[in-house]
Design a protein around this ligand. Sequence first.
Ligand SMILES: *Cc1c(COP(=O)(O)O)cnc(C)c1O
Length: 339
Amino acid sequence: MIDLRSDTVTRPTAGMLAAMSRAETGDDVYDEDPTVHALEERVAGLLGHEAALFTVSGSLANLLGVRALVGPGQELLCEAQAHVVRAELGAHATWTGVTTRTWSHPRGGVDLAAVRRLMAPDAGPYLVSTAAVAVENTHNFAGGSVQPLDDLVALRDLVEPVGIRLHLDGARIWNAHVATGTATSDYGRLFDTVAVCLSKGLGAPVGSLLAGSADAIAQARIWRKRLGAGWRQAGVLAAAGLYALDHHVERLAEDHANARTIAAAVAEADPSVVDPGTVETNIVLLDVGDRAEQLVDRARAEGILTGIVGAGVVRLITHLDLTAADAQRAAKVLAQLVR
Ligand SMILES: *Cc1c(COP(=O)(O)O)cnc(C)c1O
């Protein structure tokens, strides 16, 4: 089976497993795991922040990051297709009392005029006050789009003077870095808190991090434990993350090339389904309308797994366990099916 459902489906490589088995460990709830410390320091540096906290999932890193910026009954603004509002099962409302309002942007991007219109930094005793804005880069449900650095700088310039904070859902910030050459720290520094995943394109079996100020991360550590997500000899997992940072970042360019191969073939068969020019990283969205379920079923019958992520939209994600030959085969089959 060629699995294009997600970049989370990868298996640890032999080199990664060897690094995991060699890891020095300690009790991370006692803050004594040297491999976890090494990973946290490295990722804090990569994102231009003082500190970082290793977490079991990106959803938890987002929850802890947003919680550090937005109090109960305050609001977070974000794009309507953002993972934080669409795919975290209301965690921010359920556990930390955060409310949200959204703007819509076809590429999941920052609509500065909409943020200006929506934001209410100090709304007084009757209306909800805006405490933070979240941005997703790359944007998953918008098809792996990269947020232009200029837009992020403009957003920072808009909200900083009025005390509104910024959270980056950078689950795939590594893909944005490889696609643009922009340093991860140049993205990271614009935000107060940054969540990143090791278990997506980087191919680690488990793990995400939240980066921020030393104070925000100290609070996040307490909340992580409060939510039952403190862990002990997590160094075996941190070792996989360190290995992934050493070996699996620059190769994301191959995933991007494979995504373009698939998009180009499908567009040649039916240009209304996808515009290859919109494929910036490792995600391809096929807009097939009421053919979506049929396409997924027929692709599965041909040995290709895909998924539906919105009305009439089939998503394909390329990753570490997909070779260029796999991508060519998937391209051929999918092109035949949409034709
Ligand atoms: C996958 C993902 C997350 C959360 O990751 P989990 O580890 O699955 O909780 C957050 N944001 C985006 C954009 C993602 O794609």
